[in-house]
Design a protein around this ligand. Structure first.
Ligand SMILES: Cc1cc2nc3c(=O)[nH]c(=O)nc-3n(C[C@H](O)[C@H](O)[C@H](O)COP(=O)(O)OP(=O)(O)OC[C@H]3O[C@@H](n4cnc5c(N)ncnc54)[C@H](O)[C@@H]3O)c2cc1C
Length: 534
């Protein structure tokens, strides 16, 4: 049921991606009343754009042990083994649940080895275990769950509602609700809730280039931090090596399958044409080296030469081959006047996935009573220092289920929240300086890209810390004096997240997984998570 009017909810769920919607449906199906808030439309977030699929042990040749092992290897010694076991063991039941909800996955042809579902294999996986809906898995999951949530009598859906902050009883360390901005009316209200689930996704928009949509501004991580929760492993930001560099196209991913089919990475000549290959200088596997090595090599060349992008060239392949294998990439580039059968594609690495986040236990509980976190916002210990492909949607489903299971048990024992203090609007006036917000936004994302990107040094990190500090003061000042807007809320959260990333990166005096610093290139014998305490 859609509504603009929510004064209180039994469970308030902030976010409507795979994590938020599956938690909402599980609770609603158990008879609990929930309210789901999305700052955009209900079917949005990164989930909608996920292409590859969801990992789960379903093939008879596969095993929980093998999936656990692959995850631990990807995580570079930093995964929490209990969290990995917990997630992997619950994977098949979550896929079954999605099928029961009506998600249609690609089926196996001729019942391959007794399997109903077609399973693909991705980098880092030792077996075929990726369940998918053609190349638009996220869309299939998101649209199915959103339609169910909208029509469920126990679920109130609120679109265009931005959570500003959690309301917490500091003495009791208990969540009481959240302040919400209605983007349409500009009104801010205090919503009471016995429990709140943060399902707000990642923070990848803190970088200039990102495969994520604009909303991925780390709101949940920043809100939880302000509410007194620990945040962990924020230095491990995963970069996808190749997204399209074009002024009229943001966030468009150029699949790794291109390199798999022979596309070559080249440096641009002064006239923009394709010059020399560079990957063989970095890794003997060339363009087929793992994601993080390719991303690091591109970043190195871009910084060394001061260039804005490199080139990915597949034009040596027959045009029919390219049309047949990469129809959507070909079409998208053509719509921008770029014919990839004849010219190389300008590409840059882009921030793709936030491995760290709000610390939770195996029931998705945070440090504040009644406050849960699930999905990309959380740090459950599953990913460690690097995420294994297709483990993120799995994590959303497993921990949303864990949160719902715990809440179904705990809700009867949680106290009713008291009446809440309304938002104080008396001291704020509208700003005519929106340009400050957009300038700060660009400045933050640019220096995060330049100083806290793929290859780090202590000097660059300290420089970034100084800039974050200045910007944070300016933004807080602005926030105190002017009417709160959607963009100001996101900017305030982004600067907090930037601060957490820089602090975590400075604390790690080694290179591990996604964190690489030329000042400490070694990997220590003992792996420790970076846990920041507010
Ligand atoms: C292009 C792309 C491809 C990917 N492919 C895969 C893949 O194949 N397999 C895989 O496992 N993973 C993949 N990922 C990663 C995966 O999609 C995400 O990690 C996952 O979808 C995150 O889900 P979520 O529910 O945590 O958050 P999201 O789906 O990002 O949803 C976040 C929700 O929170 C809401 N929100 C945020 N802030 C606020 C606020 N302040 N107030 C109210 N609402 C708020 C948003 O409106 C949105 O509804 C991919 C990601 C991208 C970007």
């Amino acid at each position: 049921m859609k509504s603009n009017d929510v004064a209180s909810a039994e469970v308030l769920i902030l976010g409507s991606g795979a994590a938020g919607l599956s938690a909402a449906l599980r609770l609603a199906q158990a008879g609990r009343k929930v309210c789901v808030i999305s700052k955009g439309t209900l079917a949005g977030g990164s989930t909608l754009w996920a292409q590859g699929g969801i990992s789960a042990v379903l093939d008879e040749d596969d095993s929980v042990e093998a999936h656990v092992r692959d995850t631990l290897i990807a995580g570079a010694g930093l995964c929490d083994e209990a969290a990995v076991n917990f997630t992997v063991e619950r994977g098949p039941a979550c896929i079954e649940w999605l099928i029961e909800q009506g998600v249609v996955f690609t089926q196996a042809e001729g019942e391959e080895r007794g399997q109903r579902l077609h399973l693909t294999r991705e980098g880092g996986h030792s077996h075929r275990r990726i369940v998918h809906a053609a190349d638009a898995t996220g869309r299939a999951v998101e649209t199915t769950l959103a339609a169910l949530a909208e029509s469920h009598p126990n679920i109130v859906v609120r679109e265009q509602g931005v959570a500003i902050d959690l309301i917490v009883d500091r003495a009791a360390r208990r969540v009481l609700g959240a302040y919400l901005l209605d983007r349409r009316s500009g009104r801010i209200e205090a919503v009471r809730a016995k429990a709140v689930i943060l399902a707000t996704g990642g923070a990848n928009q803190v970088y200039l280039y990102s495969t994520n949509q604009f909303g991925a501004s780390g709101d949940g991580i920043a809100m939880a931090w302000r509410a007194g929760c620990r945040v962990a492993n924020m230095e491990f930001m995963q970069f996808h090596p190749t997204s399209l560099y074009h002024r009229d196209s943001r966030s468009f991913l150029i699949s790794e399958a291109l390199r798999g089919e022979g596309a070559l990475l080249k440096l641009p000549n002064a006239d923009g044409s394709a010059g020399d290959r560079f990957m063989p200088r970095f890794d003997e596997r060339g363009e087929l080296a793992p994601r993080d090595i390719v991303a690091r090599a591109i970043d190195h060349e871009m910084k060394r030469l001061g260039i804005k992008h490199v080139l990915l060239d597949i034009s040596h392949k027959p045009a029919e081959f390219i049309h047949e294998h990469f129809p959507s990439i070909h079409q998208h580039c053509l719509s921008l006047g770029l014919d990839i059968t004849r010219e190389p594609i300008p590409v840059v690495p882009s921030a793709h996935f936030t491995c760290g986040g709000v610390v939770t236990d195996l029931r998705a509980r945070t440090d504040v009573q009644g406050l849960y976190a699930a999905g990309e916002v959380a740090c459950t210990g599953l990913h460690g220092a690097n995420r294994l492909a297709s483990n993120s949607l799995l994590e959303c489903l497993v921990f949303a289920d864990a949160a719902a299971e715990d809440l179904i048990r705990e809700l009867p024992h949680l106290p009713e929240p008291p009446a809440l203090k309304p938002w104080d609007e008396s001291r704020v006036s509208s700003s005519d300086e929106d340009v400050v917000v957009s300038h700060n936004w660009l400045e933050l994302r640019t220096f995060m890209w330049d100083y806290v990107g793929i290859v780090r040094t202590s000097k660059r990190l300290l420089r970034a810390q100084h800039r974050v500090d200045l910007l944070r003061r300016e933004i807080v000042e602005f926030y105190r004096h002017y009417r709160v807007t959607h963009h100001l809320i996101e900017l305030r959260n982004l600067v907090t997240v930037a601060e957490l990333i820089v602090r975590s990166a400075l604390e790690r005096r080694e290179s591990r997984g996604l964190h690489f610093t030329t000042d400490f290139p070694q990997t220590d014998a003992v792996a420790k998570p970076t846990i920041l305490v507010p």
